[in-house]
Design a binder for this molecule. Sequence first.
Ligand SMILES: [Cu+2]
Length: 494
Amino acid sequence: MSTILSRRDFVGVALATSLLPVLPAAAVTPANSKRLVAGTRVIEVNGRAAKVFGLIGPDGRPGLRLAPGERFQVQLVNDAGTPTIVHWHGQLPPWKQDGFPWPQTPSIGSGAAQAYDYAPIPGTYWMHSHHEMQEQNLMTAPLIVHDAAALREDRQDVVLMLHDFTFRTPEEVLAELTSAPDDETHSQTPKSPMSGMAHMSGMADMPGMANMPGMAMHGSGNMQMDLNDVRYDAFLANDRTLADPEVIRVERSGRIRLRVINGASSSQFWIDLGGLTGHVVATDGHSVLPIAGSRFPIALAQRLDILIDLPSVGVFPILARLEGTRQQTGLVLATAGAPVLRIAENGHDTPPVDNSLEARLNAATPLPPRAADMVQTINLGGDMRPYTWALNDEYWPKITPLMLRKGQRVEIDLVNRTMMAHPMHLHGHAFHVVAIDGQTIRGAVRDTVLVPAMGHVRIAFDADNPGRWAFHCHNLYHMMTGMMTEFRYEGIAA
Ligand SMILES: [Cu+2]
């Protein structure tokens, strides 16, 4: 079943700026359907009110949580006052339910609603608008699909959803990026490491950065990396900053499943558990053999499930540190009665996010070995000036689709020829990361993989979900300036 089940008009009510609009639910919601409202809300950032979008579920909280075995039966009501379309990032629905604005599946008009019904895959997922740049304005939310085995572990579920926030509009941000004068932009021309450092946003005042792990790339000491295109006003963890973080009550010696979602538009982080040790057990919702550690990189749009067993009582900050800066956000786990002290919004210097974790990951259920039926190279190109980004020298929407045939094993070589890392996301499929910089790895199953500056990553997947599928960089501003293409199955009309 690959058609959208129903599309019906919805009589909207004039509550455009309220947090939880009161809607005539019975009028539009089929019996078993969960109601998800795309709307607007007001949050406080740095002491100022900020009007942002939101995706509010039936329990009044952002996003959706599904029980084991429950179908994704959702009525998405657009109360945002503007068209929208919501992508169920990492899920594998029929293509017409993927939430991408193809001509066959246009955005949902203001006041309209749309129904979805598919079998979801369990794990930590998320949802975000794929309409224009609404993602930057927090049209994003968690999508948690529980599975019975994980529930039997009886761990407290903690979601940590990350965002980057600006009081400017995304249109203003994009205009700044695409019109920056020469002397303020980064350049692709290799320079000495120190002059390159000085060009990185927010890093000019960071002596010693050149010696940090992660800065040496592929043995070359003569390259300049671009990080953090956009200067943000704040970094949010579950919509809050460290000035007023979420404090989550936990039991003495509590057992936690931390679900980290990087829902930012242009920012990548290191998750820092402080003195705690955690075990990464899933990447992008897909189980991996556990990896112990206290500090894990998370690229744009990726997710990490981290199991943490707390030692006795106390206060345990869980931080997300912005790569290449000292800025940080996060939440606090605290046992009853433990005093929560203020955490600074600036910590210590943090290196660029890299594939140090990726190289160590082993999927719990790898793709069965098989020879590839098709191997395709996709070159990642572009530059800061002019600010345009390309795949195989093509700029969305003027692209040539990569044609797939159902049943093929496909391998894609992602070759980054730029000085910026690109987190590449494929819709509608889970892929296996099979090699990094020519080195074969056992690798994780994912939907988004980081291709570091000048790096090379190979992914493999089975073409088992016919349709039209977007493949793009998940940096919003790279996608908006061209870094997107289409994987299309033979027999599917354009
Ligand atoms: Cu990119």
